[in-house]
Ligand binder design. Structure first.
Ligand SMILES: [Cu+2]
Length: 295
C-alpha cells in the first residue's frame, strides 16, 4: 500500500512549493540576484578576491551537481524499489560491489579535484610580492587592533624595522574600533602579529582571512581596488570579548592616504608616532581593563 495523500493535500503542497519558488525568483532585486550569483559572498574589493570567489562558486556548482545526482538516485530507489503489495517484499540486496567501489572512488576523486584547485588558488594569493608599495603591521590583542604604517614588526627576528616613513600607528577600543586606511590600487604587504593569543584578521570584502599567532610572522600581500569603507573582524575565538574585536578598513586615494598619514605624524598627534606592537605596551594600548570596561 503506497502513501496516499488526499488530493487536496497534494494540490496544497504543490501550490506552496511553486508559490515559494516564484516568490524567491521574482522578488529579487538586481543586487540580490548578484548576491545569489556570489552565493552570499560580499562584492570583491581587492584584485585577488575574484579568484577566491570563483573557487567558492565552482565548489558550490560541484556540490550541487553531486547533490542532484545523489537526491535523484535516492528518489529513484525509493520509487522504483518500493514495496508494492502486502505480501511481496522487494529484493533485499546486502552487497553490491560495483556500487561500493563507485561510492568510494567518486568522493576520493572529488577531494583530489577540490584540493588541486584550492592549492592552486592558495599559492596565487600567498605569493610573496617583491617591493610592495606599502608595508603595514597589524597587531591583534585582547580586545582590539593596532595598525602600524610603514613598519614591519616581524623584520629582523622580531626586532621590528621601519619600511618607509612616517612610522605611525593607530589603535582603537571595542567601543571605538580602529580604522585601517589603505590606498587604492597599490600593493599592501600586511604582517600579522599577536601580543597575546591567537586572533584572526578578517576583512570579508577581501574574501580572505589569516590567523594571527604570537611569535610568528604571518603575512600576505593584496591590492585593494575599490574605494569604500569595509567591515573587519577577528575570526578566531580569542576570549570573552572576541566578538567586540571589530575594525574598519577604508580604501582611499593616494592623496587622501598621504594626508591621513601626515595627520597622524604631525605635532598634534604624538600618541600616534612610532610603532605600537603590543607586548610590553599591551597595558598602555587601548582596550578593555580587567573588569571589562573600556579604558
Ligand atoms: Cu581576537
Amino acid at each position: 500500500m503506497g502513501l496516499q495523500l488526499p488530493k487536496r493535500a497534494r494540490n496544497l503542497a504543490f501550490g506552496v512549493t511553486a508559490g515559494a519558488a516564484v516568490l524567491l525568483l521574482s522578488g529579487c532585486s538586481a543586487s540580490t540576484q548578484d548576491e545569489w550569483k556570489r552565493i552570499a559572498m560580499p562584492e570583491p574589493a581587492s584584485a585577488e578576491a575574484p579568484g577566491m570567489l570563483h573557487l567558492w562558486q565552482w565548489a558550490w556548482v560541484a556540490a550541487m551537481v553531486t547533490g542532484v545526482i545523489t537526491w535523484g538516485l535516492i528518489l529513484y530507489a525509493v520509487i522504483r524499489f518500493r514495496r508494492r503489495s502486502e505480501d511481496e517484499v522487494p529484493v533485499q540486496t546486502r552487497y553490491n560491489l560495483p556500487i561500493e567501489i563507485f561510492y568510494t572512488v567518486a568522493p576520493i576523486m572529488m577531494v583530489i579535484v577540490f584540493f588541486f584547485f584550492t592549492v592552486q588558488e592558495q599559492d596565487r594569493v600567498l605569493k610573496d610580492v617583491k617591493d610592495p608599495d606599502n608595508v603595514i603591521t597589524v597587531v591583534g590583542q585582547q580586545w582590539s587592533w593596532a595598525f602600524n604604517y610603514n613598519y614591519d614588526a616581524n623584520a629582523k627576528d622580531f626586532q621590528g624595522e621601519a619600511i618607509g616613513s612616517p612610522v605611525v600607528h593607530e589603535v582603537g577600543t571595542p567601543a571605538d574600533p580602529p580604522t585601517l586606511w589603505l590606498p587604492k590600487d597599490e600593493t599592501v604587504e600586511v604582517h600579522l602579529y599577536s601580543a597575546d593569543v591567537i586572533h584572526s584578521f578578517w576583512v570579508p570584502a577581501f574574501l580572505f582571512k589569516m590567523d594571527v599567532f604570537p611569535g610568528r610572522d604571518n603575512h600576505y600581500t593584496f591590492t585593494p581596488n575599490r574605494l569604500g569603507t569595509y567591515e573587519g573582524r577577528c575570526a578566531e575565538l580569542c576570549g570573552v570579548y572576541h566578538s567586540r574585536m571589530l575594525f574598519k578598513v577604508k580604501v582611499v586615494t593616494r592623496a587622501q592616504y598621504d594626508d591621513h598619514l601626515a595627520t597622524l605624524a604631525d605635532a598634534d598627534h604624538p600618541e600616534s608616532h612610532g610603532p605600537a606592537v603590543g607586548g610590553s605596551e599591551v597595558n598602555t594600548q587601548a582596550g578593555l581593563d580587567q573588569n571589562g570596561a573600556n579604558e
